[in-house]
Design a protein around this ligand. Structure first.
Ligand code: PEP
Ligand code: MN
Length: 337
């Protein structure tokens, strides 16, 4: 931690700051610059609250150098984490595509879409059975029946499946059917759910919260990792800003930012990030170009009648075109799809 002192700091204040830092357990190194005195505090613990130093008299700025997350950090693990599930690896040179409807709606719907997903070359079928809806009156998902349909459709077309878990009490049930657990944006800081999913044996995709910083998001991943589940991927799905022309603002820069700070794979979801199907293709291209390890997109053969998120679902032809284009982009950056 670096502590920059006020320009006109008094000797007594300097002594007081140093004494506090030593009492907190730090070794202190003082250097006198041309304008300001800087104290280097060595031995910062991950959970140290730097505000304890910020409020001391004579302190101008405090910077943390070490990150508060540990297991998720690049300094803990240099190599990229590769998550192997059956014959699919997420976090390798291959960009994996997850696609499917927002919600599993019926047998006919999920089998029709699974066939489209299979034909496109995507590897993972998505579909919510337990849906986190903003309105309690909106379609809440088919529950266990939806899980069964998703699994059957995935098995028929040799696709992995991913579905959302919203409650601790559903973990065991969902684990029987899914290959990957999805933790939704609204549950990114449901810490008791994160702890329990950390004890589960299947990989987890953790979506970024609507108003979460990258650090908040990595701290949430830390909850899962520190409970033993090391197969965590992070999903950028857009954040809330003042912009209204898109549903959320797609934070593409989060992809290289996370890659620098963490070894965990990053999935990009341009469907929830933009909320409009005509924005999904350009942002999918951009996400692959920015280095996403996987893409998640919503696809529907009849989006006008979809029970959730129809306006952002790609039509089958748009989806095939997206696959064609992102293959080209992947090649340019030395990856494949
Ligand atoms: C979803 O993937 O359908 C979903 C609800 O996403 P999010 O949690 O990002 O809103
Ligand atoms: Mn959705």
């Amino acid at each position: 931690m670096v502590v920059v002192l006020d320009k006109n700091v008094a000797d007594k204040q300097i002594e007081n700051v140093i004494k506090h830092l030593e009492d907190f357990g730090f070794a202190v190194h003082k250097s006198t610059g041309v304008e300001q005195i800087v104290l280097g505090a060595i031995g910062v613990k991950p959970d140290f609250d730097i505000r304890k130093v910020k409020i001391l008299d004579g302190v101008a700025e405090v910077y943390r150098i070490t990150e508060p997350f540990k297991l998720a950090s690049r300094s803990f693990k240099k190599e990229n984490t590769e998550i192997k599930i059956k014959d699919v690896t997420i976090g390798s040179n291959e960009v994996v595509v997850f696609a499917g409807p927002c919600s599993v709606e019926s047998e006919k719907q999920i089998f029709t879409i699974a066939e489209i997903v299979f034909k496109s070359g995507a590897k993972v079928l998505r579909g919510g059975a337990f849906k986190p809806r903003t309105s309690p009156y909106a379609f809440q998902g088919l529950g266990e029946d939806g899980l069964k349909l998703l699994r059957r459709a995935g098995d028929k077309f040799n696709l992995l499946v991913i579905t959302e878990v919203m409650e601790i009490s559903h973990i065991k049930l969902i684990e029987e059917y899914t290959d990957i657990f999805q933790i939704g944006a609204r549950n990114m800081q449901n810490f008791s759910l994160l702890r329990e999913i950390g004890k589960a044996s299947k990989p987890v995709m953790l979506k970024r919260g609507l108003a979460a910083t990258v650090e908040d998001w990595l701290m949430s991943a830390e909850y899962i990792l520190s409970n033993g589940n090391m197969n965590v991927m992070l999903c950028e799905r857009g954040i809330r800003t003042f912009e209204t022309y898109t549903r959320n603002t797609f934070d593409l820069s989060a992809i290289p930012v996370v890659h620098k700070r963490s070894h965990l794979p990053v999935v990009a979801d341009p469907s929830h990030a933009t909320g409009l199907r005509d924005k999904v293709l350009p942002m999918a291209r951009a996400a692959v170009a920015a280095g996403a390890d996987a893409l998640m997109v919503e696809v529907h053969h009849d989006p006008e009648n979809a029970l959730s998120d129809g306006p952002q679902a790609l039509l089958p032809d748009q989806f095939y075109e997206m696959m064609r284009q992102i293959k080209l982009i992947a090649e340019v950056i030395g990856r494949k799809i």
